[in-house]
Design a protein around this ligand. Sequence first.
Ligand code: FAD
Length: 479
Amino acid sequence: MADPRGFLKNRERVERPTRPVPVRIMDFKDVYVRQDEAVVRTQASRCMDCGVPFCHSGCPLGNLIPEWNDLVRRGHWEEAAARLHSTNNFPEVTGRICPAPCEDSCVLGINQPAVTIKQTEVAIAEQVFEHDWLDPVVPERLNGHTVAVVGSGPAGLAAAQQLTRAGFTVAVYERDDRLGGLLRYGIPDFKMEKDILDRRIAQMEAEGTRFRTGVEIGTDLTWDALKARFDAVIVATGAPVGRELSVPGRSLDGIHLAMDYLVQANHASAGDEVTDPISAEGRHVVILGGGDTGADCIGTAHRQGAASVTTLAIGQQLPVERPVHQPWPTVPKVHQVTTADAEGGAREHLASTLEFLGDEHGRVRALRVAETEIREDGTRGPKPGTEREVKADLVLLALGFTGVEEEHLTGQIGVRTERGVVSRSRTYETDEPGVFVCGDAGRGASLVVWAIAEGRACAQAVDESLESWSRLPHPVKPT
Ligand code: FAD
């Protein structure tokens, strides 16, 4: 039972503290510092425990938010952790980088600032790590069934953990040298340091999940060979194909897909040697695209010592459309999952890129851009007479993702794709019997919270398919 007057006594919403900008941009460590425990408990007491808690449905995982808010308010951290883990495999991740749709659904938000749900979540996760409450959950018996999970992003890891705990023998195949998918090599350390991931993976190994890194299914081992070895296969390969911008000058040196840049930067943060690095040091950086990926490029470029950082939000000339009245993405809300905005740089909305201009060495030196005109018939295009140049010697294309890498997947087994993602039934099964899909590979580029929710639900579908019944939770259906 929540404190019925908590939200009246504590009206102020207190955010998680961050390190000062001039300090934090000197390194790649977490932007946030730990919130004082007393503050977290007071903030949790603002939860009204509404009769109809909309935060449940706002969260794809169906997190039992009022329950753990109240347990935290009363200082019952271990119980709060158990309630949180009952619906979410990786709260230490969502507590840090989820855009928190639950907070958008918080009823208190109607006339007061919403409850700091995400702060409570990360505080619980910090207690779990500090007190080592990550005991492996080892199944009492193995059921004799084997499952291969391809891809170790949040969807694959969530599916693997659910199935391992249910008694399946699970092997996760990952083509990268380390596990974690975009959590490892997409999202920078200043949003989530990677020891967080390592701690969770250690727990999964202790539970019995087997991991094979450096193995690409489709080339090192074919999809049909994998299928022949396992009772079920889960495709959790993400949607990594970056959207391109086909304007004159695209082939100039110094223009890169954002992910080529971020992956390298994450390897460098991990202490790996990077050959031929793309560096923003001393450069005038222009980022095209205003979503999470663009924001992570802003933060990375500042930390690398860029001379200037400019973000051009997408207009008619670029492939991703945004509503006219709201050119920045609303889901995920870029300003909620990033702290990069506070770190400087310029932003321009509705700017159309017409052309990249090069110097005599074939390297980009500027972009020719124009304002985007909204015409009476609703179409958009460059406004005549507004053309100008924006100086740039490093351009990063953060224009979203078009879908999965299809070639081997659809060529070697009977999996079909539609609009860039793997087609599936309401039970996550593809056109190839025994092959399931979850996460970005099935729903398109999305959010970590959706990847975890789909991984859990896909595990339930596999369990039901092989065991004829299942007690596992299935928080979401495929769209
Ligand atoms: P991924 O995380 O993409 O994992 C797929 C894995 O499959 C990869 O490790 C890949 O190497 C592996 N793989 C692919 N093909 C094969 C193969 N043939 N054989 C073996 N392995 C293979 N979401 C948020 O909620 N908050 C954020 O702040 C946020 N920031 C983001 C920042 C960036 C730069 C990007 C790109 C995305 C961000 N997202 C964020 C989105 C989020 O990261 C993704 O929605 C989520 O990671 C998808 O999980 P997934 O498991 O489906 O796929």
